[in-house]
Design a protein around this ligand. Structure first.
Ligand code: FMN
Ligand code: SF4
Ligand code: SF4
Length: 604
């Protein structure tokens, strides 16, 4: 089971099925699977009755298990109100189809998605080698590649597919492989690395793939190693992903037993082994050269480039690094046909992209969409903005990405077009914001993250991000005196210049892209910055430092609860009389507001 399912109670559902199945003496198989992406519908339970189509039930908490056993498993009755959809019946199967149940792929959240990387996720048992083989021809591509014995052709195929790295930079994958294949190694050793560091806040695309379809990453790595001429592969995965590590360890061990890893793979003469290295969770260790330093046992700090890892990587040897999502689709591209894959998408962005859709969106989860789809369409997949609010912006590309405003909501998912509007594809973090989100505070939030994650090696990033954070923090708080008023004005004048200095002079991608959220919000939401600066006003009413708590005397009944809960004795008032907040003493904890049962405390 995947992390999101477990967080929604899937373990309790699973355990209850097990114990109740024993009680009811049922002859059933209970198989844990990974994540289909619809986090808001977890825990999802699929039921496959003998001779019938597979049907998915949504939000099955443990209290619903007995009813499923009694009605569905014992009486073969489908509980309509819990149905999410059915899986298609294979043409070769004689299973009875439920004609009145819609396909799961027709469900609103899945309808406009294109599952390619995620096609096995939540469908197969991630611990089963047999299921990987049976579903979508697992290990067929590897067998064919080794049979053909033409590593250069594999690279040419990947070039033809137009695949670009999904880890952030979007570098053409085939070209990168070519550099590494052509590079001379001093001792003949080359390495391939799978970057499973995934440090963007709120991003969980790679985690889902590793937890739900680990064999696809293993197969992709073996093919990549063969094409490049590397006999060693390393998966660098953050230790905060224990389920991913568990599933990978299992998959590696099975592949070693079956002769797909180790010496003379499938009698081809090719040797390849994979090792997992656990990262300690620093965001900068996702940067390829910092990651290499970390594997070498050094402090995770980026190296100066060039030389690039393709010529001087791990232990000074040619090394190819790719992201989980890039690697997971290698075998699928070869099976599907590189030229056919290249037909999806627009411009130089081919194939699909997985996003973790979060923020102010009705249905948060993992979505896989064809390149070229617009942000508007992705918001629609997520069910739109909740509570009748309006779309305000989308932060795409993680903390180094940019905020795309409502008037650019039709921007397509395309590496170059996203750059054009000041954002970036990134690895797939997509945070949706509504009118209650303050853009100055959003820039401050991302800057705080970046500042804490800066490795400190170079001054522009180490000191510059600290100064940017100070300026943004000041803007979200009321100045205490005239000096602070002038200081805020001066800081605001230098904000943009400082952002560009960091962008242009920092050593690695973390620093180079750190100012993006500031620059895009400044560009598209300048009026909000001005309201904070000149009027001490947060138009979205989100910056607590610019707001005051006040008690509405008309509504207050004088119960005294707020006074009792205030940690700084900032509330005055007699029993049964309207109370009053002394602003100078208020520490803005909000306890008065959350404790008042009469909605008498106002934040304005
Ligand atoms: C600060 C920083 C963090 C990064 N984090 C990741 C990450 O978590 N996962 C990842 O695949 N790439 C990350 N990258 C990009 C990698 O440096 C590298 O470009 C990528 O792994 C290459 O794989 P790809 O070509 O398949 O995208 C990061 C880059 C920077 C600058
Ligand atoms: S830009 Fe930041 S993270 Fe990158 S090397 Fe410099 S200090 Fe470290
Ligand atoms: S909790 Fe509400 S009603 Fe009670 S004294 Fe405070 S403001 Fe008035």
């Amino acid at each position: 089971m995947g992390t999101c399912g477990l967080a929604s109670g899937a373990q309790a559902t699973f355990d209850t099925f097990r114990s109740e199945a024993l009680k009811y003496k049922l002859d059933i198989e209970i198989i844990p699977v990974g994540c289909v992406g619809s986090c808001f519908l977890e825990p999802i339970v699929d039921i496959k009755l003998p001779g019938k189509a597979r049907v998915a039930y949504k939000q099955i908490t443990s209290d619903k298990v007995v009813e499923i056993i009694q009605r569905t498993l014992q009486k073969e009755e489908i509980i309509r109100e819990w149905v999410l959809g059915k899986y298609p019946v294979e043409p070769s199967s004689s299973d009875e189809d439920f004609s009145d149940i819609p396909l799961i792929s027709d469900f609103e959240f899945f309808k406009n998605q294109k599952k390619f990387v995620l096609s096995r996720c939540g469908v197969v048992n991630p611990r089963s080698f047999e299921e990987y083989i049976a579903y979508e021809d697992g290990f067929k591509a590897l067998a064919e590649v080794l049979e053909e014995a033409n590593p250069q052709k594999v690279i040419d195929d990947i070039k033809t597919s137009g695949l670009r790295g999904r880890g952030g930079g979007g570098f053409p994958t085939g070209q990168k492989w070519q550099f590494c294949r052509d590079a001379q190694s001093p001792d003949g050793q080359k390495y391939v690395i799978c970057n499973a560091d995934e440090g963007d806040p709120g991003a969980f695309m790679d985690r889902a793939v590793l937890e739900s379809d680990p064999f696809s990453v293993i197969e992709g790595m073996i093919i990549m190693g063969y094409a490049i001429g590397a006999s060693k592969g390393i998966i660098y995965c953050r230790a905060e992903y224990p389920i991913a590590i568990k599933q990978l360890t299992n998959a590696i061990s099975i592949c070693s037993e079956r002769g797909l890893l180790g010496k003379n793979i499938l009698n081809s003469g090719f040797n390849f082994e994979i090792e997992i290295k656990k990262g300690a969770g620093a965001f900068v260790c996702g940067e390829e050269t910092a990651l290499i330093e970390s594997i070498e046992g050094k402090r995770g700090m980026p190296r100066i480039k060039p030389p690039y890892p393709a010529t001087y990587g791990l232990y000074g040897n040619p090394t190819n690094i790719n992201n989980v999502e890039t690697i997971a689709q290698i075998a699928k591209i070869l099976n599907y046909g590189p030229a056919k894959f290249a037909e999806w998408g627009i411009n130089k962005s081919r194939g699909t992209k997985v996003f973790s859709l979060t923020g102010k969106i009705k249905h948060a989860g993992l979505v896989e969409v064809p390149m070229g789809i617009t942000i508007r369409e992705i918001v629609k997949i997520g069910g739109g903005i909740p509570n009748g609010k309006k779309f305000k912006a989308a932060q795409i590309g993680g903390p180094s990405g940019g905020c795309i405003p409502a008037h650019l909501i039709n921007t397509p998912i395309d590496y170059e077009e996203l750059k054009e509007v000041g954002a970036m594809m990134g690895s797939g973090g997509l945070v949706i914001m509504d009118e209650s989100t303050c853009m100055v505070d959003t820039a401050r939030f991302f800057m705080k993250f970046i500042q804490e994650e800066s490795c400190g090696k170079c001054i522009p990033c180490r000191e510059g991000t600290r100064r940017l954070l100070e300026i943004l923090t000041k803007l979200t708080q009321k100045p205490k005196n005239d000096y602070e008023v002038v200081d805020r004005m001066k800081s605001m004048i230098s904000l943009k210049e400082l952002a560009y200095v960091i962008k242009d002079t920092a050593l690695c991608g973390l620093g180079n892209s750190a100012p993006n959220p500031v620059l895009t919000t400044l560009n598209y939401f300048r009026d909000e910055y001005e309201a904070h600066l000149y009027e001490n006003r947060c138009p979205a009413k989100a910056c607590i430092g610019l707001l005051s708590f006040r008690i509405d005397a008309e509504k207050c009944v004088g119960c005294g609860l707020c006074k009792l809960n205030c940690p700084n004795d900032a509330i005055l008032g007699e029993k049964k009389q309207a109370h009053y907040i002394v602003e100078e003493k208020c520490v803005k904890c909000g306890l008065c507001k959350s404790n008042c049962k009469f909605n008498a405390v106002i934040l304005e």
